[in-house]
Design a protein around this ligand. Structure first.
Ligand code: C2E
Ligand code: MG
Ligand code: MG
Length: 554
């Protein structure tokens, strides 16, 4: 196929001469000034290989023309050779700063021109192979860098239009990939990309920002479609499509001066807030989120010091057996007593530590505190009971976790059966294979395994048959919902019977009143934990509590 060259020259005779020089090897398009040239480019923008530009032009001066095409990410890839009358250095520099690629002096020498044209076109073709990096190979959407450039151009070109940036994220994509295979995962990403492209419309700009994250620009106020519709568009004909959810982050562009990649960072922070929250679909980056992020940053800055200065303390909440109505153990729950912020509950910092990677350090500290405490109680001659510690999903990724813990109990000379380990459903959802392996190792070392917050998220009953557990801890939400039902309608009834069939003991968490207690007794629940009996308390209070419990018994 012959390549197209656009010659822009106001002098008709010169134009004809130039066309004649090129005509043997190229298809030549002609324009008599910059404005006419833009009209030609509007039609042939994808096929023009090179532009020859005369510097002195009446209607749109040459530099305005150069600036215009340099401001357009596609046109700017076309090389421009400037034809000059006088080759003063000043003129060359000016042309170069406006983005010209090369010069030819007048009068024209055909061989020189043909040579320069050919080598520039070759150069450009090589560069355009590089340009393919502007697109994501799998989905065909823009790459991150190109997206930022396109968005910047759009914002500059349409100052009166308002825009938002939207980020989409496939929840549990990793799990999907592991379950259904890479090929299905790729199909999911492609279909998701296509659904975004259709949904954002012609004026939308979409890119694959990385892995399962897509970022798009669209006009503010443009009508959005229902989540259901989007999911249907994106995931029809995929295996396991019912388990796929997309989460959204939204960033309203109010300040256009902010770099586009920073806007993307912010929209990503917004979507991070709803990931893992099964009842939230989207989040908007706003002042509230901003101040939350600032708070998170302050906490992150303070955490290492807090650990070094022992600002974290462990509270103990007793657990009771419903069979003999006696204390049967406790759960260790961390608290942070900061010198200026005061007393903080784990809800304020544990989720953040799970994200920023600090949780394994904190948990290792808590586990050691618990072992030291058990040792102290044993040395004081108290009747010790098992203490449950929380094992976050971030802990599970550590190599040799079971070995580390076993080493710890050995160091304090404690029976591993005194340490119960509470794992969560979310660790299973994230990485089932790893969790199954870890649980097996824990058991081999003699620890007792509990599943915490059962029923709070993506509970899967099949999980219970894959993981060998000892105790099931029911999420508090179960109890709240349960009380409106009759015994026959009770879901808890089914769950508790099933747990018993699997030889699991059951703990109900968050028991707050007598009615709930009576219901749990009727359902043959094994243990209870909740404010109705005792709140989490410092170690000394717990020891006193146990002694009182024992005295009352005697
Ligand atoms: P969790 O492991 O499910 O702990 C139970 C939470 O329920 C505790 O909240 C406890 O104080 C609270 N609770 C107990 N009884 C009742 C009740 O009757 N009513 C109500 N409304 N709440 C009750 P806490 O101590 O604020 O801990 C919150 C979560 O933080 C824990 O949930 C656990 O996921 C996490 N966490 C706490 N300590 C640690 C730790 O040392 N390491 C890790 N990784 N996570 C921890
Ligand atoms: Mg727990
Ligand atoms: Mg719990």
């Amino acid at each position: 196929m012959r390549k197209k060259i656009l010659v822009i020259e106001d002098n008709e005779l010169n134009r004809a001469m130039m066309s004649a020089i090129l005509a043997d090897d190229y298809d030549v398009l002609e324009a008599e000034n910059g404005r006419a040239a833009l009209d030609v480019l509007a039609v042939h923008r994808d096929s023009v290989s090179l532009i020859l530009l005369d510097v002195v032009m009446p209607v749109m001066d040459d530099y305005t023309f150069l600036d215009t095409i340099r401001g357009d990410s596609e046109l700017s890839a076309i090389p421009v050779i400037v034809m000059t009358q006088n080759t003063s250095e000043e003129e060359e520099v000016t042309a170069l700063t406006h983005g010209a690629t090369d010069f030819v002096p007048k009068p024209y020498r055909p061989q020189v021109i043909l040579h320069r044209v050919a080598s520039l076109i070759r150069f450009r073709e090589t560069a355009s192979m590089m340009n393919q990096l502007q697109y994501d190979r799998l989905t065909g959407l823009y790459s991150k860098e190109f997206f930022c450039q396109k968005v910047r151009e759009r914002l500059d070109k349409t100052p009166d239009e308002d825009y938002v940036i939207i980020c989409s994220d496939v929840e549990n994509f990793k799990l999907y990939n592991d379950t259904f295979g890479r090929e299905a995962g790729d199909r999911l990403l492609k279909q998701n990309a296509e659904a975004l492209r259709v949904t954002m419309g012609e004026d939308g700009i979409c890119c694959r920002y990385g892995a399962d994250r897509f970022v798009c620009l669209r006009a503010r106020g443009q009508k959005w479609i229902a989540q259901e519709t989007f999911m249907q568009r994106a995931f029809s004909n995929l295996p396991g499509r019912r388990s796929i959810t997309v989460k959204w982050g939204i960033y309203d562009i109010t300040d256009r001066a902010i770099p586009v990649d920073l806007m993307c960072d912010r929209v990503m922070l917004a979507v991070d807030c709803v990931k893992g929250h099964y009842n939230r679909l989207y989040a908007v980056y706003d002042d509230e989120l901003r101040s939350k992020l600032l708070r998170d940053k302050a906490i992150t800055d303070a955490m290492e010091t807090a650990l070094a200065e022992k600002q974290f303390t462990v509270y103990y909440q007793p657990k009771y057996s419903l069979r003999d109505r006696r204390a049967a153990g406790a759960e260790a729950l961390v608290r942070w007593v900061h010198p200026t912020w005061g007393f903080m509950s784990p809800g304020l910092f544990v989720p953040l530590f799970e994200k920023n990677g600090f949780v394994p350090k904190l948990d290792a500290y808590v586990w050691e505190q618990v072992c030291a405490q058990l040792r102290a109680w044993i040395d004081q001659g108290l009747d010790v009971m098992p203490v449950s510690v929380n094992v976050s999903r971030a802990d599970v990724y550590q190599d040799n976790l079971a070995e580390t813990l076993s080493e710890l109990v050995r160091r304090y000379d404690i029976d591993p059966a005194l340490l119960h380990l509470e794992i969560t459903e979310s660790s299973y959802a994230e990485n089932p294979k790893q969790l199954i392996r870890t649980v097996e190792e824990f058991r081999r070392y003699g620890f007792v395994m509990e599943m915490d917050d059962f029923g709070s998220g993506y509970s899967s009953l099949s999980m219970l048959s894959h993981l060998r557990l000892d105790i099931l801890k029911l999420d508090m939400k179960f109890l709240e919902n349960e009380m409106e039902k009759t015994l026959e309608q009770s879901i808890l009834n089914d769950i508790i019977s099933m747990a018993h069939r699997l030889h699991l003991r059951v703990v109900a968490e968050g028991v707050e009143n007598e009615a709930q207690l009576q219901r749990l007794i009727a359902l043959k629940c094994d243990y209870v934990q909740g404010y109705y009996f005792a709140k989490p308390m410092p170690a000394e209070d717990f020891a006193r509590h146990l002694q009182a419990d024992k005295a009352a018994d005697a």
